[in-house]
Structures are given as structure tokens and as C-alpha cells.
Design a protein around this ligand. Sequence first.
Ligand SMILES: [Zn+2]
Length: 424
Amino acid sequence: MRALVGTAVDCTGIKTDVAVIWEGGTIVDVVPRERLGDYDVDEIYGGRGYLVLPGFINSHTHVAMAKFRGIGEDLPTPQWLSEIIWPAECEWTPREIHRWALLGMAEVLSNGSTTINDHYFFAEEIAKVAEKLGVRAFVGQTVMDLVDFPMAAPEEGFRFFKRWNGKNPLVKPTLAPHATNTVSLELMQELGELARERSVLIHVHLAQSREEVLEVKRRYGTTPVRYLEKAGVLGKSLLGVHGVYLEDGDVRRFGRSGATLVHCPVSNVRLEARVPQVMKFETAGANVALGNDSPNPVGLMDMFQEMRIASLVQGITAGPSGPSGARKTFTWATMGGAKALGIRAGLIRSGYLADLILVNGRKPQFLPGENLYSHVVYSTRGSDVEMVFVNGEMVYRNGALPKLGKTLEDLWGEVEGGLSPQSP
Ligand SMILES: [Zn+2]
């Protein structure tokens, strides 16, 4: 058995000075620290002043896009995609994807996420990287048929799904249609049938830009949410990402279906200078999760940053009396993601997955410590995370990635060395 000692914070409450004990991949108990001796614990980490949190669930990301960080920023979404991102993506090879996914996933992990939900090309390589690092990962091969983009060919999406379905309990395939304006109704219907047959998740970009909404209207004479409904994919197994340009009727329809809105606040602010009406989604019955989107345009794959910005911008869109608040945002980043992906994670209690992070709270910004939800959301950075455990296994410790046998600096050196041949 192993234990983390500190103040345990999850979205249901705060327990001061406790030991979180687990065996294998499951939490077995959370007890006052002085009762630690009742258990046969081999390894104990943390101590006074440390925070034990559920690992974050990054419910929408493209980790390999670490390669494009900072490139073409400040362009509107359609231009950013068609002029910068898509041409650059045409150059991908499996080897390059592997290299950058490793770097990106290590970044995500070291900043406190234990689960990712990735949506990208060469998904095979992303899945292999997740296995190497020990990350819990949901991985979808991006598919589209209304844009000529060979690496997003639908057959490859189906092939990837078949290869990885049931292969590794930590790495699960999803179905990943690109967006409502790049995938035909027929293909979306086909994906929906497979999703129902195999009880698998559908992960799709939804109303990220005005152009997307207009294109769906032009092609099908309807809205993005009605299009998803018509295709038979609107429901609890759907993760719709962004939802920035949905009107109230669509928000209600989406919410009634029990689908998940994955809110990516930093990406939305940078690309669209606008965020979805998240509270309306929640009121309508939708589940809400948080995602990091890609390092371009977000810049940093750190869920503390996403929570902080989500809380701040929600205060602007919902008004001072109705902001989401730190605790709510924290809930989206933990329980909301777990619910969306159907995993027993996001809470620190017995029977839940031992997907845990240890934050060093022995720093000035963690005092006075009266409102820890506020401290976690507004005062913590990914760099305050000292350890990360997934399924009970240590996968990150102060810059080191034990499963890989390398450090973050090693990975940086390997990639940076390839970028500049003259460097030592
Ligand atoms: Zn995205």
C-alpha cells in the first residue's frame, strides 16, 4: 500500500491532515493522519502543508500540437486553421507525431493532469506515447470527409478504433469526428451507429466559430446541435467541445440530451474573444468538463490556468452574481471530466481510482489557507505539482518521468537538439 499525506481537496469537501491510502489502482481509505499506522503502508509521501488533489481530467486536447506553439497566433479561427495549422499538419509523419506527443503529454502530466482526451491524426502514436508515460488516455483518430485531408480519412479512424478497443485498460479509443462542418451527416450517422453498438464516446468540435455554424446552416439548413441530433449522436456519450456560438435553443436541446460540454476557455478567448454560456448549459442539464485544447493557441497545457481563466471569464459573461466560482470550476476539471469519460475518478474516497496529485503548498501563496478552493484555482500553478499517480503508479516526480526513465529536461534536449543541429 502507498499513502499521500496532506490536506485532501475534492469537489465534495476538504479534509485536513489526512492520509489517502491506496492499494493497486484503487483508493482504499482516507483516514486522519494519526491512523496511518493501522495500515500496512510501504511508501508515504507528502506531509504537513501538502495538498492531495484528484488528478485533473483534460477533456479535450491535441498534445502533439506542441510543435505549433506560438505559431500564427492572434488570427481568427478559420484563417488560423486554413492558413497556418492545416498546411503545417500536412507535413506530419508518425515519427514526428510521436516525438511531439511525448513532449506535449509530459507537459500535461507534469502540470497535474492524470487523464487526457486527445483528438488527432496518427492516433496510434498518441496511444503508444500514453502507454509509455503511464497516462490514462482516451484517444481518437480525427476523421473528416468534407475536407480533402488524407490523414483524416474515415477508414483510418475505424481501423484505429478496432485496433485499440479492449487492448489496454488505461488507453481507450474514442470516435473523433473533426467538427460539425467538416463531417458529412452520413459519416456522422455511421459513427453514431458504432458508438451505440460498442458503447464508445464521440468527441467532436462543436460551434467553435461563426463560420462553422454558417456552413452547417448552408449545407443542411439547420443548427449544429440539430445536425448532431439528426445524425443520432446527441446524448450522454457525446463530448461537444467549445459550444461558443450556440444559441439558447440549441443550448437547451444539448443540455436535455445529457451530453457533455467541454469548455476550453483559454483557447476560446484567444481565438474568438468569446466563451460559451457555460452556466446555461449546466442549467439545461448538460455535464460540463474542462479542456486545454492545444498548445497552439493556448501556450501552456496547465489545467490550473484553465480553471483560473474559466472562473474569471465566467464572472464577465454571467455577471458578478452568477460567476462559476472556484469550487465549481474545480468540479468541472475533476468530476465533470470523470463523468464525461465514464471513469470512477475525480473524487478522493475509497473505491475511486488512485489518480492523484501532490501539490507542494508550503509556499507563501497558500496562506492563510482558509479558502482552499480559491487557493487551488487562483494561487496554484502546474509547477507546484510534485508528484502524479495514475492507477496507483507514480508517473511523475519533481521533473522525472519514472515509467519512461527520463526527465522533462531530457525530453526537452532530445527535441531541441533536433530543431537546432548546431546545439551540443
Ligand atoms: Zn480542439
